[in-house]
Design a binder for this molecule. Structure first.
Ligand SMILES: [Fe+2]
Ligand SMILES: [Fe+2]
Length: 171
């Protein structure tokens, strides 16, 4: 059984994951518009992953006999000055998500909700990867410092990212 407070916090995180998805999809549309198709493909997969995160939380709330309540998703920005700005914003956003996940863990611990704490550890680990993958692109973009040849190569590389695979639904 989830406490009202924990349930509200998990519902807020469902909204945050959908916002993440919306943000990355907006970035994908922006990159598509400036002909960086590999960047766009990478971000679109990132957007798919965020929806999978949202549904993981959704299923968990239901499994705990809780109530899912969906709320309005904030509009994301639609333009970024440079490809570097896109990925700096991605990295900054992931740091913010990590902060939110840590707060959820703090709450689960404060409430002695061990099941939620254990469930959230998947997100704690996922954030390590999320921060690292966004930062890796930031570092590469800094390295190539706007050189068109380098940007073209990085676009090719990011376009190779494999599609996100949703986990099998809980039995
Ligand atoms: Fe996420
Ligand atoms: Fe993420």
């Amino acid at each position: 059984m989830l406490s009202t407070k924990m349930q509200e916090a998990l519902n807020a995180q469902i909204n945050a994951e959908y916002y993440s998805s919306y943000l990355y999809l907006s970035m994908a549309a922006h990159c598509q518009a400036i002909n960086l198709e590999g960047f766009a493909a990478w971000l679109r997969i990132q957007a798919d992953e965020e929806m999978i995160h949202a549904m993981k939380l959704y299923d968990f709330v239901l499994e705990r006999n809780g109530r899912v309540t969906l709320t309005a998703i904030e509009a994301p920005p639609t333009e970024w000055a440079t490809p570097l700005a896109v990925f700096e914003a991605t990295y900054a956003h992931e740091l913010e998500v990590t902060r939110r996940i840590n707060k959820l863990v703090d709450l689960a611990i404060a409430e002695s909700d061990h099941a939620t704490n254990t469930f959230l550890q998947w997100f704690v680990n996922e954030q390590v990867e999320e921060e690292a993958s966004a930062d890796a692109v930031v570092q590469k973009l800094k390295l190539l410092a706007g050189a068109p040849g380098g940007l073209f190569m990085l676009d090719q590389e990011l376009g190779q990212r494999p599609a996100a695979t949703p986990p099998a639904p809980a039995a």
